[in-house]
Design a protein around this ligand. Sequence first.
Ligand SMILES: *[C@@H]1O[C@H](CO)[C@@H](O)[C@H](O)[C@H]1NC(C)=O
Ligand SMILES: *[C@@H]1O[C@H](CO)[C@@H](O)[C@H](O)[C@H]1NC(C)=O
Ligand SMILES: *[C@@H]1O[C@H](CO)[C@@H](O)[C@H](O)[C@H]1NC(C)=O
Length: 432
Amino acid sequence: MDPLLFAFALAFCTATLALDNGLMRTPPMGWLAWERFRCDIDCKHDPSNCISERLFRDMADRLAEDGWRELGYIYINIDDCWSSMQRDKQGRLQADPDRFPSGIPELARYIHDRGLKLGIYGDLGTHTCGGYPGTTLDTVAVDAQTFADWGVDMLKLDGCYSNDTVQQKGYPLMSKALNATGRPIGYSCSWPAYQGGLPPNVNYTQLGEICNLWRNYDDIEDSWDSVLGIVDWFSTNQDLLQPAAGPGQWNDPDMLIIGNFGLSLEQSRSQMALWAIMAAPLFMSNDLRTLSNEARAILQNKVLIGINQDPLGIQGNRLLKEKSGVEVFWRPLSESASTLVFFSRRTDMPYHYKNTLWKLGYLPGNYKVYDVFTGRTMPELTHQTYFTASINPSGVVMWLLSPTVHRVQTQEGANPSLLHNHVEEIARPILL
Ligand SMILES: *[C@@H]1O[C@H](CO)[C@@H](O)[C@H](O)[C@H]1NC(C)=O
Ligand SMILES: *[C@@H]1O[C@H](CO)[C@@H](O)[C@H](O)[C@H]1NC(C)=O
Ligand SMILES: *[C@@H]1O[C@H](CO)[C@@H](O)[C@H](O)[C@H]1NC(C)=O
């Protein structure tokens, strides 16, 4: 199917098939502890960085006071290593009493009081990846109810120490159990990452019906290699992954590591731009207390966040890989807009990339172009104008485009019954 029809079909399907909890109609945003703080439980020697209620309160304060919440970063998510090694007498999970002396319900109140939401972590298996009590098939219902009773708003369910059979039963079972609590709880499934991430092992139709987001691939690490590996995997498999995404159901390439130790400034911009193309959830895993101004500017770029959060929720893709090492990514947005990302994998010097919008598949017309990182509106382009983008090594140039002359063309051979009223709203590289 060509990209245009594909987008229409997607717009139709997702509305009816998405998990019906009303949540995450745009990719969820917030902060998640794992990549930056891992399983640091040594509160004696590292009190401000260990997995404890203090860490999550600190981050909630930062989200609420430093302008993050207003931009949409509202989830504060606990990952592994929060619980006690034992369930309580009633068989419920309980927080580690030394590191969470006030308990999770009190932490949830603290977070809700600041206009934020709390996410928690569980693992469908005998143990979590870090060796804490897991959620077995017979404890799915009680764990869902415990989280709901505590005021939890999101659950990431990992898949260590289980097998295919348990996962096949358990992930849909938890979806039902969360629903049965009556509390809207966003549901992040690690299931596909444990099944290789691709059909036929992974059924993305089913995932869209039971989860709001899912981890398809490896954990991100604090390095550029890790980011590149993720981008390559998602791009190579984009034809299988793209149709799975839409309002309420998202592919999750994992956390933003911007502000940590592994990425240069250019690479940080690249991660943010490519995550926006992928309609990825934006969970930062960094230290908001010590973030540099440069990292903050990237993570708080309003136009870029707006692109990530576009209401149509259509995941973008890689249009082409040039011999020069430049890759061009594209995502259609609402109101005929679209975004282009020119990404350089070169390692020598800024590269002057020359092309026309026509050759990238855009329809004839005039286009307004806004450069997302410089904040400058550029001279208007026609589809035939040769433009030059200067892209730094391992960096990006990111454009937001909108046609100034509105043209609707019915594509030859297109099935008119598929031409929904969104037809005018979807910008369209029709690949030539
Ligand atoms: C539970 O599922 C039903 C039917 O799909 C839906 O209408 C309802 O909003 C869901 N409730 C919650 C709390 O997710
Ligand atoms: C999967 O794990 C469950 C629970 O631990 C166990 O009962 C079952 O035999 C396992 N199945 C396979 C195929 O290993
Ligand atoms: C995938 O899941 C959908 C929805 O649950 C189901 O209708 C379909 O048969 C499944 N496909 C395969 C190949 O199992």
